[in-house]
Design a protein around this ligand. Sequence first.
Ligand code: SGN
Ligand code: CA
Length: 538
Amino acid sequence: MKYTLSLLPLALLSACGNQQQKPQPQQRPNILFIMTDDHTTQAMSCYGSQLIETPNLDRIANEGIRFNNCYVTNAICAPSRAVILTGKFSHQNGVINNAAEFDGSQQTYPKLLQKVGYQTSMIGKWHLGSAPTGFDFWSVLPGQGDYYQPQFIEMGDTITENGYVTDIITKKAINWLDNRDKSKPFAMVYQHKAPHRNWIPAPRHLGAFEDKVFPEPPTLFDDYEGRGSAAREQEMEIANHMWDAWDFKLATKEELETFGANNKLESIKDAKHHDVAGANKRSEDLKKLYRVYSRMTDDQRAKWHEAYAKRIAKFKEGKLKGKELISFKYQLYMRDYLACLLSLDENVGQMLDYLKKENQLDNTIIVYTSDQGFFLGEHGWFDKRLMYEECYRMPLLIRYPKAIKAGTTSNALAMNVDFAPTFLDFAGVEVPKDMQGKSLRNILENEGKAPENWRDATYYHYYEYPSWHSVKRHYGLRTEKYKLIHFYNDVDEWELYDMEKDPQEMQNVIDDPAYKELVPELKARLKDLRLQYQDDTE
Ligand code: SGN
Ligand code: CA
């Protein structure tokens, strides 16, 4: 029997009335948050990369928006993830470094979406210590996770899956989408491990770039002149801080198998990877690689040895010295890092195709980003952490044709702290006052243009020191034109870069008389930002 209005009970009528302002669950957009680990804009063709083509990521950019100036607030894994979930800076959400455990009882955007009827899930790299909260389904890698035959913790149970991590994460994500309650909108956090160190490509892509020579960045041989002690004393140089076996895969089949025969797996698990010197170094190095090798199938091992034979032979000739050796190492680094992106791009393509097939492509806000950028040899480095542009900038692509004109680009200053407010805004949920970011919705709907009162500076604070890679603690700001950084803790040093004249940050102009008046202005602005975001940590 059909109800006519007059037959509806009164209480139900008034409930309908109340709901009229809020979007109905089925009108709310789906949210697909795709995040990779350490994927930087220099390795995306939609950002003008000279290194690689990423056609499926470019699809998101071409059919949506590309942000040119999106910045991380603390360029390291767990902190970036915590900022994104909470919409709050590290000093407020508690995860100031990778060692801190995320307090899962706090407010996050997935929890707020769940409350208004979203189905939520978290699949892939999590890396926040505590168990995920706010998700109807979760399946996450323990810690950093493994590339081959990875373990997952799935709703509390530990399981091992066969295959390559990037493919498996996608399979799990699509499987969840397929089996969800299709009457409700979804918010899925789909996060890859790749292309994190030690950059292991899918078996089908092993050796894909072994014969390719990649262009070197102009700052590969930077001597850090004029920069402070942070740049000089870091430990993330391709020349000095990468490991022959672990990073460059320079270990023969015989060496690995002999190592495996002589060492118990338990002792291999706790391989040390920094603060090791002398004779111990090679064995620690092999230990680390052997742990990965021990997970491989025979077929994977065969492909591995075939792929790396050439570079091992070249290295063993022992003729490369000085700059030539650094150039060689840079090539090996690029070959593996970039080969990881091949499967990543394929998998994102699969996800887009799936949504299309399901008729959900245009109903879904699709975001592509990475937890921060990365150095691909610029300044001679790998890794991240510093407030220098290559790792400070995050990729940010968003596709949602209902709000975004295809092919839009934006120079607005955005931060990862803005993601949560943006999702809530699109879902019709009021952004809680204690979230510190701002919704980017206006910018998306306005062809990339920021509103009049938009921020004039981004704020940054990095804490993980002393620790891996020895990058000193610092905080700072970036405006459209300038970047000011204060290194503290064991030093008290300032750096200033003129980003228009010196985009590669080779000239620290903090003591240059031409900038004498600007320095106190920027320092005052930085002080204001610290007050605004209530950051009194130092
Ligand atoms: C590992 C890596 C480091 C990296 C950290 C943090 N070393 O410790 O190079 O900086 O992870 O990365 S490794 O020898 O184990 O590969 S993060 O993405 O989790 O922040
Ligand atoms: Ca990372």
